[in-house]
Design a protein around this ligand. Structure first.
Ligand code: NAD
Length: 484
């Protein structure tokens, strides 16, 4: 098996990193190394920022629709290579191929939405703010922006930001997750084929050193980050200290209420996908299941039966519903949480610890795992596990669930399964999370709505994609004019 060594893409060229240290990229189903990734250097970042800075004046002057046309061409390339991108993604991340396809589709939708630039970036004006004096507002790009990505959505997450940054006239430097750099590598091959002007979009591989170099670089105007809460908080603070704009999306502990009147038969497939899709490695995954009042036993019984029936295997097999987790280290982390749950007295009613898949003895598998009788103070009800582990916290009333939701450190998403409009309104009105699902297990906003939570799930003011992101990537200039 040959090991591919990742390169950087700077100023329109593939380049070797100046790094001396390399990380391993693994195929999680085979449990073997498939690529090496340079833990890049400050020099790599500086080179990329210099290229992006040099490209900015001309890119800024390129009319917005001409900028959008580059993205249209890229969209065509993505459509042509759709299946290939999805397969590269599954190979390095492990998720089921249909989930990868969904992710690539969501990535493309951001390009489609960003092409509305001529409406989104338009300013406004008003005559006679005083007699004979007119005023107008322009939105202007700011220069070089950077993105720092997590491992769980290697294709989509960087593209919550890149199309909007580029189409509004900025230039860009991306650092993908060092755990899954191959998907963006494939995407940048297509960027290279489309032929953006040199330096407009750059890729620097690496780990913490590269992140710190981005945070400290004086010529970077703003940073979009997605990852765990401790890193998000760190990025937010350090960007503040160096005077950069920042949007930092963090971790989650999402709670799903199932009311006694819920249509369990219709809702079960999306409930199961919420907790176990992507092997629980989604910031929108359900983590705590809260069946309310009478009917809890029936709900749990059906939920466990459906979880038990899930096919765990190689994400590239069309019949696989759940693949492995991303790495051996992460598998061990998830297993440690299961041990913690047991030690703290939760009742393990479905045990995925010893999950073996024929043909893949070294895969990083954890089977669907469910704890009943979890109490709010237990570790598995408080911390983000990011694996296929469900904590059931039974509740007497919806009030109790909303209290539970608002008492967690995270506030990314919450969902409710019910037919009752009043219960839905209570959830929408009172629960803190930024994304709410109603009979939907993954409350994922599409590209034309903002993506992001509240509290410790989001640091900064402007969320991912949506309309508002054009504010993040532009500054306003107000002109007041009078003529004699
Ligand atoms: P992570 O925080 O470990 O890493 C994210 C990025 O930050 C990577 O590129 C990594 O190189 C860098 N990084 C990590 N530690 C760093 C440090 N100490 N200093 C500087 N840079 C550092 O996150 P992850 O494990 O890759 O991703 C999973 C996390 O991302 C989960 O917590 C998940 O909830 C979260 N996530 C959130 C959203 C959202 O929309 N809120 C979406 C996807 C993932």
């Amino acid at each position: 098996m040959s090991i591919t060594v990742m390169k950087n893409y700077i100023n329109g060229e593939w380049q070797d990193s100046g790094a001396e240290v390399f990380g391993e990229v693994h195929n999680p189903v085979m449990g073997e190394q498939i690529a090496a990734v340079p833990y890049g250097t400050r020099g790599d970042v500086d080179q990329a920022v210099q290229a992006a800075t040099a490209a900015f004046p001309e890119w800024r002057q390129t009319p917005p629709l001409a900028r959008a046309r580059y993205l249209f061409r890229l969209k065509d390339a993505f459509e042509e290579e759709f299946e290939d991108i999805a397969r590269v993604l599954t190979r390095e991340q492990g998720k089921a191929i249909d989930e990868s396809r969904g992710e690539v589709r969501r990535m493309i939708e951001n390009i489609e939405h960003a092409s509305g630039v001529t409406t989104m970036m338009t300013g406004y004006c008003l005559e006679d703010i005083a007699q004979g004096v007119d005023s107008s507002l322009f939105r202007q790009p700011m220069g070089v922006f950077a993105g720092i990505a997590p491992y769980n959505f290697p294709a989509m997450v960087p593209w919550w930001f890149i199309p909007y940054a580029l189409v509004s006239g900025n230039t860009y430097v991306l650092k993908p997750s060092e755990q899954v750099p191959m998907t963006q590598n494939r995407i940048f091959e297509l960027i290279d084929e489309v032929g953006f002007p040199e330096g407009v979009i750059n890729l620097v591989n690496g780990s913490r050193e590269v992140v710190n170099a981005i945070l400290d670089h004086r010529d970077i105007q703003g940073v979009s980050f997605v990852g765990s809460t401790p890193t998000a908080e760190y990025i937010y603070e350090r960007c503040g200290a160096t005077g950069k704009r920042v949007q930092a999306l963090g971790g989650a502990k999402n709670i799903i209420a199932v009311m006694p009147d819920a249509n369990l038969e219709a809702g079960m497939p999306s409930l199961i996908t919420s907790f176990f899709g992507c092997a629980g490695q989604r910031c929108l995954s359900g983590s705590i299941l809260s069946p309310v009042g009478e009917g809890a036993d029936a709900c749990i019984e059906q939920f466990v039966a459906a979880a038990r029936a899930m096919s765990v295997g190689n994400g590239l097999d069309e019949s696989t519903a759940m693949g492995p987790v991303v790495s051996e280290a992460h598998r061990e982390r998830v297993l440690a949480y299961i041990e913690k749950g047991l030690a703290e007295g939760a009742e393990l009613i479905l045990d995925g610890r010893d999950c073996r898949v024929e043909g893949y003895p070294r895969g990083y598998f954890v089977g669907p795992t469910i704890f009943d009788k979890v109490t709010p103070e237990m570790t598995i009800a408080r911390e983000e596990i990011f694996g296929p582990v469900v904590s059931i916290v039974r509740a007497e009333s919806l009030d109790e669930v909303i209290e539970l939701i608002n008492s967690r450190n995270f506030a990314n998403a919450a969902c409710i399964y019910t037919q009752n409009a009043k219960a839905v309104r209570e959830m929408r009105y009172r629960a803190n999370p930024g994304m709410i699902g109603v009979n939907i297990g993954i409350a994922a906003p599409m590209s034309f709505f903002p993506f992001g939570g509240s509290g410790n799930s989001m640091f900064g003011d402007i969320k991912g994609h949506g309309r508002e992101i054009f504010q993040f990537f532009t500054d306003t200039k107000v002109v007041i004019e009078r003529y004699f």
